[in-house]
Design a protein around this ligand. Structure first.
Ligand code: XIL
Length: 318
């Protein structure tokens, strides 16, 4: 059995991977990515983001999303859809527009309406809002906060509930919330406020972008999830990867394997954690080298598609 098959036996709904459009011409890659025994869930790394979906105001283009969604449907995989609202990868017309609170809310509603409708029934979950908080727990200053105010978040969730298919899980997704800290406590406070006022939200995605030199412990990830599961929400590890300072060596690789295993175990042991998604499984297409200078080799498979110690450590936990 691959990781997806093992995950189901371990009581998870899925073990999945992010997939980027740029690698879809590599058949060795796609034969693994779209194998539901190995990964029974996929997330488009980029294909469903605003910049690609609505490149001009009111003009929708689902090509890059479909390049991931269609083969994953054929493969019998489930999808987490990512993401309706983020501060990054927004089209120029949006970031340079001269919006009022009302016009920007209209833009947001129209975007969610179209994309939710197009992917009707296709998504186990939607990351409705991505990365709305700073590490100190305050709201991130971006076009949404600065134009609409903090209530943009609840508007996004209400629009998502209105326009997605019934049963779609609506998630808040962020990084740095994998332990109890100012940021995860701010997310918890947001959820409590939502529940008091009946704003829909079903889950919290812990992105889980870790480094070999600094990663939360198993107990940290358990405690962080309990902030949310104690309120009745589900959780998922949505973007797990464990990067290291290049060059690689046996010690770093072993530490990486342990961090992967502890993270996956923190989901397996949490009743309301539905699954784990790695933010790609193949080192050469990971976002890490292009984002963090000098770091890399963050994935389960190396450049030659060999399984690394991290792969076997995860399989052992499942
Ligand atoms: C990353 C993609 O992997 C890159 O290809 C892209 O250039 C930038 O975005 N948190 C998220 C993801 O929620 O959407 C990001 O994905 C990684 C960090």
């Amino acid at each position: 059995l691959g990781l997806g098959g093992l995950a189901r036996k371990a009581g998870l709904k899925y073990f999945g991977t992010a997939i980027d459009n740029v690698v879809l011409d590599n058949t060795q890659y796609t034969s693994i990515a779209f194998d539901r025994s190995e990964f029974n869930q996929v997330t488009a790394s980029n294909g469903q983001k605003w910049v690609h979906i609505e490149p001009k105001r009111g003009v929708f283009n689902y090509t890059l999303g479909d390049e991931i969604v269609d083969p994953s449907k054929d493969a019998g995989q489930i999808r987490r859809c990512h993401t309706f609202l983020w501060h990054n990868q927004l089209p120029k017309w949006l970031t340079s527009g001269n919006w009022t609170k009302t016009t920007l809310l209209n833009v947001l509603e129209n975007h969610i309406k179209h994309e939710a409708d197009y992917y009707w029934g296709d998504c186990y979950a939607w990351d409705v809002v991505n990365e709305a908080f700073n590490d100190n727990g305050t709201y991130r200053s971006d076009i949404w906060l600065d134009t609409i105010g903090p209530e943009y978040i609840e508007h996004a969730f209400r629009f998502a509930r209105k326009y997605t298919s019934p049963g779609t899980k609506l998630y808040y997704n962020d990084y740095g919330i994998e332990r109890v800290n100012s940021k995860s406590l701010a997310v918890q406070a947001l959820i409590k406020d939502f529940q008091k006022r009946k704003v829909p939200i079903d889950g919290v995605g812990l992105q889980s972008h870790f480094t070999v030199s600094r990663a939360p412990l198993y107990t940290d990830v358990r405690a962080a999830q309990q902030l949310f599961t104690s309120l009745g929400l589900e959780t998922a590890l949505t973007e797990l990867d464990v990067r290291l300072d290049l060059p690689d060596d046996a010690h770093k690789t072993a530490t990486q394997a342990k961090i992967y295993a502890d993270s996956v175990r923190a989901c397996v042991d949490e009743k309301k954690c539905v699954g784990v998604t790695v933010w790609d499984f193949w080192d050469p297409v990971s976002w890490v080298p292009e984002t963090f200078a000098g770091e890399g080799n963050a994935c389960l498979l190396d450049a030659k598609f060999n399984r690394k110690p991290a792969y076997y450590a995860v399989a052992d936990v499942l």
